[in-house]
Design a protein around this ligand. Sequence first.
Ligand SMILES: Cc1cc2nc3c(=O)[nH]c(=O)nc-3n(C[C@H](O)[C@H](O)[C@H](O)COP(=O)(O)OP(=O)(O)OC[C@H]3O[C@@H](n4cnc5c(N)ncnc54)[C@H](O)[C@@H]3O)c2cc1C
Ligand code: SF4
Length: 507
Amino acid sequence: MIFDASTFGSDVTLDTDLVVVGSGAGGMTAAMAAAEKGVATLVLEGGEYLLPADMSQREEEMFTRLFQESGARTTKDRAVTILQGRGVGGSTLHNINLCKRIPVEIRARWARAHGLSKLPPAAWDALYDEVERLLAVTLIAPEARSAHNRMLERGVAALGWQGGGLSHNRTGCMSSGFCELGCRYNAKNNAMKVMLPRAVAAGAQVVCNCVALRVLHHGGAARGVEAVALDPLTRKPLHRMVVNAERVCLSASATGTAALLLRSGVPDRSGVTGTTLRVHPGLIAAGDFEQPLRAWEGIPQSYECTELLQLERPDDERAHRAWIVPAFAHPMGTATMVPGHGGAHRRLMERYPHLGVLTAMIHDQTAGSVRPTGEHGVSIDYWPNERDRAELSHGLWGCAKLLFAAGATRVVVPTRVPLVLSPKDDLEPLKTMAVEQGEIDLSAMHPMSSVPMGDDPARAPVGSDGKHHHLDNLWVADGSLFPSSIGVPPQISVYAMGLHVGRALAT
Ligand SMILES: Cc1cc2nc3c(=O)[nH]c(=O)nc-3n(C[C@H](O)[C@H](O)[C@H](O)COP(=O)(O)OP(=O)(O)OC[C@H]3O[C@@H](n4cnc5c(N)ncnc54)[C@H](O)[C@@H]3O)c2cc1C
Ligand code: SF4
């Protein structure tokens, strides 16, 4: 059953075996795995329960309903936009569906550095096989690539760089191009479509519009969760909920889970909780093309450039770490990224159908931090260190090279005073361009690694089965668990963590 906490009308106390906080890739999968093993499971989700018919394809409506802080979440200093989802299904409701496994070299490095005795490299492969089957992950056929993605493919071919097609989890896709606003056609094989029905069939219950405030614990063990019901429109608190549970699993994402642990005063002798956040920060460059590209149409992000992404050398300090893909571009989102004001901004927006946008996202090494703020907010501190900023500049150079190679007549870099480049310009200075706060906007949509797993309780808050080292009956199952940034889109790895931890906590 799915319940809406905003309709409860008064304070409520519930009892269950397992309470899972958050219903995204990690939480809904952990709930499904535990419920299917016979554990009485209750999922608390801070966002709404939306059906495909609710996905109106309107930016001004869907950003408010599907994204944390209506899509306006940023770091404390506002220098980096952090996009994260909310709602039953979490960020999988509006993500772009591309699927990549964490490279074996990174997994092997984790095993060497952190032990991960309960998650050996071979266990990853079995989990990935299962998740990919569940989500029907398949390569997007070359003929299904949109003009925007073919633009990148053209650039990669012209430069002789490395690139290739991407696999996605979608079935019955109409190529409408609205993935980031939720799918009206129910084509995304995501946590809501795939895991939720199975979890509910196995007896799990889900309560939406219900934000967990803290983990209740005493005597060295978690005992449940205190939560608040929110009005779905105003997000104002309505009434309190207490869930008494034998086991608590936190899956509120890499920001939400770290903030909850810290707000609850959960002990952590390693002192690591909330201090090792990675986000895959990215920046963009836009190309202006003679022929319209109509970048908003078709399946987004079906082609990648990996020339500047040398993940197979994780121990090599000189290895490049920038991943380049087309960036999705609806009118409102584009207008916020297009630089300039008044007439200059308008003239660029008039070129909207002709714009192609690439983003360079980096496999970051910077450790950011997450703290709780207010009654249930999160505060994020993150600005890339010098080496990561150098990778971002290098990635920006790569984007400009690719856009010109694909035929752009000019390339615009959205610095505070926009940088407009022509095909004859020397692009080398971009490689060392200063990336400075307030001068260029960064954005990130892959928060992770804030509560990393490791065998040694002195160095890690959580074990490699997701069990908290320092408080009994407590588990973590989301992107927080990765011991470092992963350099590839995280969703299938988070789904894999959901399966792994959901089964571990059920036994
Ligand atoms: C725009 C966008 C596009 C993306 N595209 C891709 C892609 O193509 N491929 C890919 O691999 N990855 C993609 N990602 C990332 C991917 O979706 C996430 O890494 C993944 O969903 C993270 O899973 P999670 O379980 O950690 O968190 P989430 O899926 O974010 O779920 C966390 C849930 O917890 C809820 N929550 C938080 N705090 C509380 C609380 N206190 N109480 C109750 N509930 C709470 C939230 O509302 C949310 O529903 C994208 C992300 C974004 C934002
Ligand atoms: S492109 Fe496909 S998956 Fe994305 S919103 Fe349209 S139909 Fe849904």
